[in-house]
Design a protein. Structure first.
Lengths: 110, 112
Protein backbone atom coordinates (compact mmCIF):
# COMPACT_ATOMS: atom_id res chain seq x y z
CA UNK A 1 0.00 0.00 0.00
CA UNK A 2 1.38 3.40 -0.97
CA UNK A 3 2.10 5.85 1.80
CA UNK A 4 1.51 9.59 1.81
CA UNK A 5 3.15 11.17 -1.20
CA UNK A 6 4.09 14.80 -1.60
CA UNK A 7 5.20 16.69 -4.66
CA UNK A 8 7.42 18.26 -5.61
CA UNK A 9 10.25 17.15 -3.36
CA UNK A 10 12.04 20.44 -3.78
CA UNK A 11 10.77 23.80 -4.98
CA UNK A 12 12.66 27.03 -5.52
CA UNK A 13 10.72 30.26 -5.94
CA UNK A 14 11.52 33.92 -5.90
CA UNK A 15 10.06 36.37 -3.44
CA UNK A 16 6.57 37.49 -4.40
CA UNK A 17 5.76 34.39 -6.44
CA UNK A 18 3.18 31.74 -5.62
CA UNK A 19 3.93 28.15 -4.65
CA UNK A 20 1.64 25.14 -4.92
CA UNK A 21 2.41 21.99 -2.96
CA UNK A 22 0.52 18.74 -3.35
CA UNK A 23 -0.28 15.84 -1.09
CA UNK A 24 -1.81 12.45 -1.86
CA UNK A 25 -3.08 10.69 1.26
CA UNK A 26 -3.05 7.01 2.00
CA UNK A 27 -5.95 5.32 0.23
CA UNK A 28 -9.09 5.55 2.36
CA UNK A 29 -7.82 8.40 4.54
CA UNK A 30 -10.13 11.40 4.55
CA UNK A 31 -8.14 13.83 6.70
CA UNK A 32 -5.11 15.77 5.52
CA UNK A 33 -2.95 17.92 7.78
CA UNK A 34 -0.33 20.45 6.67
CA UNK A 35 2.63 21.61 8.75
CA UNK A 36 5.47 24.06 8.25
CA UNK A 37 8.87 23.22 9.69
CA UNK A 38 11.49 25.92 9.44
CA UNK A 39 15.09 24.78 9.69
CA UNK A 40 15.88 23.51 13.17
CA UNK A 41 12.40 24.19 14.50
CA UNK A 42 9.33 22.15 15.32
CA UNK A 43 6.19 21.35 13.35
CA UNK A 44 3.91 24.36 13.11
CA UNK A 45 0.31 23.43 12.35
CA UNK A 46 -0.98 25.08 9.18
CA UNK A 47 -4.24 23.53 8.01
CA UNK A 48 -6.48 20.54 8.55
CA UNK A 49 -8.91 19.25 5.94
CA UNK A 50 -11.44 16.51 6.41
CA UNK A 51 -14.04 15.29 3.92
CA UNK A 52 -13.31 18.22 1.65
CA UNK A 53 -13.75 20.91 4.27
CA UNK A 54 -11.27 23.05 6.15
CA UNK A 55 -11.65 22.03 9.81
CA UNK A 56 -9.04 24.23 11.41
CA UNK A 57 -6.11 26.44 10.59
CA UNK A 58 -3.07 27.52 12.52
CA UNK A 59 -1.78 31.01 13.19
CA UNK A 60 -0.68 31.80 9.65
CA UNK A 61 -1.63 34.72 7.38
CA UNK A 62 -4.36 34.30 4.75
CA UNK A 63 -1.80 34.00 1.96
CA UNK A 64 -1.44 30.42 3.16
CA UNK A 65 -4.44 28.57 1.83
CA UNK A 66 -5.39 25.22 0.47
CA UNK A 67 -8.09 22.87 -0.53
CA UNK A 68 -9.01 19.21 -0.50
CA UNK A 69 -10.32 17.51 -3.59
CA UNK A 70 -13.08 14.87 -3.85
CA UNK A 71 -10.43 12.13 -3.95
CA UNK A 72 -9.08 13.55 -0.63
CA UNK A 73 -5.81 14.74 -2.12
CA UNK A 74 -4.86 18.25 -1.10
CA UNK A 75 -3.06 21.36 -2.27
CA UNK A 76 -1.33 23.98 -0.19
CA UNK A 77 -0.95 27.37 -1.83
CA UNK A 78 1.34 30.07 -0.58
CA UNK A 79 0.91 33.46 -2.23
CA UNK A 80 3.23 36.45 -2.21
CA UNK A 81 6.15 34.35 -1.02
CA UNK A 82 8.48 35.81 1.56
CA UNK A 83 12.00 34.71 2.41
CA UNK A 84 10.85 33.39 5.78
CA UNK A 85 8.46 30.98 4.07
CA UNK A 86 11.50 28.85 3.27
CA UNK A 87 10.85 25.61 5.14
CA UNK A 88 9.99 21.95 4.92
CA UNK A 89 6.25 21.55 4.37
CA UNK A 90 4.88 18.28 5.67
CA UNK A 91 1.59 16.63 4.97
CA UNK A 92 -0.02 13.86 7.02
CA UNK A 93 -3.13 11.80 6.38
CA UNK A 94 -5.45 10.03 8.77
CA UNK A 95 -8.78 8.29 8.91
CA UNK A 96 -9.54 7.95 12.59
CA UNK A 97 -6.64 6.84 14.72
CA UNK A 98 -3.16 6.77 13.27
CA UNK A 99 -1.73 9.57 11.16
CA UNK A 100 1.09 9.07 8.69
CA UNK A 101 3.42 11.62 7.16
CA UNK A 102 4.88 12.15 3.75
CA UNK A 103 8.51 13.07 3.26
CA UNK A 104 7.77 16.72 2.70
CA UNK A 105 8.40 19.45 0.16
CA UNK A 106 11.44 21.61 0.74
CA UNK A 107 10.46 25.14 -0.34
CA UNK A 108 13.25 27.65 -0.81
CA UNK A 109 12.41 31.29 -1.43
CA UNK A 110 15.21 33.38 -2.88
CA UNK B 1 -1.31 24.83 21.07
CA UNK B 2 0.35 21.58 22.13
CA UNK B 3 -1.14 19.89 25.17
CA UNK B 4 2.04 18.04 26.11
CA UNK B 5 5.31 18.94 27.79
CA UNK B 6 8.58 17.13 27.08
CA UNK B 7 12.20 17.76 28.08
CA UNK B 8 14.04 19.48 25.25
CA UNK B 9 16.88 16.99 25.09
CA UNK B 10 18.17 13.71 26.46
CA UNK B 11 21.20 11.50 25.98
CA UNK B 12 21.35 7.74 26.09
CA UNK B 13 24.17 5.23 25.78
CA UNK B 14 23.98 2.80 22.90
CA UNK B 15 22.49 -0.51 23.96
CA UNK B 16 20.79 0.93 27.00
CA UNK B 17 17.11 1.67 27.42
CA UNK B 18 15.98 5.17 26.51
CA UNK B 19 13.08 6.42 28.64
CA UNK B 20 11.41 9.51 27.24
CA UNK B 21 8.87 11.22 29.49
CA UNK B 22 5.83 13.22 28.47
CA UNK B 23 3.45 15.25 30.61
CA UNK B 24 -0.16 15.61 29.47
CA UNK B 25 -1.89 16.68 32.67
CA UNK B 26 -4.94 18.13 30.87
CA UNK B 27 -5.67 15.05 28.79
CA UNK B 28 -9.34 14.31 28.20
CA UNK B 29 -10.95 10.93 28.64
CA UNK B 30 -11.27 10.32 24.92
CA UNK B 31 -7.77 11.43 23.95
CA UNK B 32 -5.08 8.96 23.03
CA UNK B 33 -1.35 9.44 23.56
CA UNK B 34 0.67 9.16 20.35
CA UNK B 35 4.41 9.10 19.83
CA UNK B 36 6.25 10.02 16.65
CA UNK B 37 9.89 10.54 15.84
CA UNK B 38 11.61 12.61 13.21
CA UNK B 39 15.06 11.79 11.95
CA UNK B 40 16.91 14.74 10.47
CA UNK B 41 14.17 16.57 8.55
CA UNK B 42 12.50 13.45 7.22
CA UNK B 43 8.77 13.07 7.64
CA UNK B 44 7.82 12.10 11.20
CA UNK B 45 7.43 8.37 11.74
CA UNK B 46 4.63 6.88 13.82
CA UNK B 47 5.92 4.82 16.76
CA UNK B 48 3.08 3.82 19.05
CA UNK B 49 -0.12 5.01 20.67
CA UNK B 50 -2.32 4.12 23.63
CA UNK B 51 -5.35 5.15 25.64
CA UNK B 52 -4.82 3.90 29.16
CA UNK B 53 -3.20 0.49 29.01
CA UNK B 54 0.49 -0.02 28.44
CA UNK B 55 1.34 -0.88 24.85
CA UNK B 56 4.25 -2.60 23.17
CA UNK B 57 5.21 -3.10 19.55
CA UNK B 58 8.35 -3.97 17.68
CA UNK B 59 9.72 -0.46 18.06
CA UNK B 60 8.93 0.58 21.60
CA UNK B 61 6.84 0.32 24.74
CA UNK B 62 4.45 2.96 26.02
CA UNK B 63 3.76 3.23 29.73
CA UNK B 64 0.81 5.44 30.72
CA UNK B 65 0.26 6.34 34.36
CA UNK B 66 -2.97 5.30 35.99
CA UNK B 67 -4.24 8.90 36.13
CA UNK B 68 -3.19 9.29 32.46
CA UNK B 69 -1.47 12.58 33.19
CA UNK B 70 1.90 11.39 31.98
CA UNK B 71 3.52 8.68 29.94
CA UNK B 72 6.92 7.27 29.08
CA UNK B 73 8.17 5.96 25.78
CA UNK B 74 10.74 3.22 26.22
CA UNK B 75 13.22 2.19 23.54
CA UNK B 76 14.56 -0.99 25.15
CA UNK B 77 17.94 -1.17 23.44
CA UNK B 78 18.77 2.18 21.86
CA UNK B 79 20.95 2.24 18.76
CA UNK B 80 22.68 5.14 17.04
CA UNK B 81 19.87 5.12 14.47
CA UNK B 82 17.39 6.01 17.20
CA UNK B 83 18.92 9.49 17.42
CA UNK B 84 15.98 11.72 16.52
CA UNK B 85 13.44 14.21 17.81
CA UNK B 86 10.62 12.40 19.61
CA UNK B 87 7.18 13.96 19.75
CA UNK B 88 4.43 13.08 22.17
CA UNK B 89 0.93 14.32 21.27
CA UNK B 90 -2.58 13.73 22.54
CA UNK B 91 -5.35 13.33 20.07
CA UNK B 92 -8.95 12.19 19.90
CA UNK B 93 -9.45 9.13 17.73
CA UNK B 94 -12.75 10.29 16.35
CA UNK B 95 -13.41 11.05 12.74
CA UNK B 96 -13.78 14.75 12.13
CA UNK B 97 -12.67 15.59 15.67
CA UNK B 98 -9.02 14.53 15.56
CA UNK B 99 -6.98 17.72 15.37
CA UNK B 100 -3.25 17.10 15.65
CA UNK B 101 -0.80 19.60 17.20
CA UNK B 102 2.87 19.06 17.98
CA UNK B 103 5.10 20.58 20.62
CA UNK B 104 8.85 20.99 20.44
CA UNK B 105 9.59 17.34 21.26
CA UNK B 106 12.64 15.77 22.87
CA UNK B 107 15.89 15.54 20.97
CA UNK B 108 17.33 12.14 21.86
CA UNK B 109 21.01 11.61 21.18
CA UNK B 110 22.25 8.03 21.40
CA UNK B 111 25.97 7.95 22.08
CA UNK B 112 28.39 5.10 21.41
Amino acid sequence: EAGVTQSPTHLIKTRGQQATLRCSPISGHTSVYWYQQALGLGLQFLLWYDEGEERNRGNFPPRFSGRQFPNYSSELNVNALELEDSALYLCASSLVAGAFFGQGTRLTVV
Amino acid sequence: DAKTTQPPSMDCAEGRAANLPCNHSTISGNEYVYWYRQIHSQGPQYIIHGLKNNETNEMASLIITEDRKSSTLILPHATLRDTAVYYCIVRVAERGNNDMRFGAGTRLTVKP
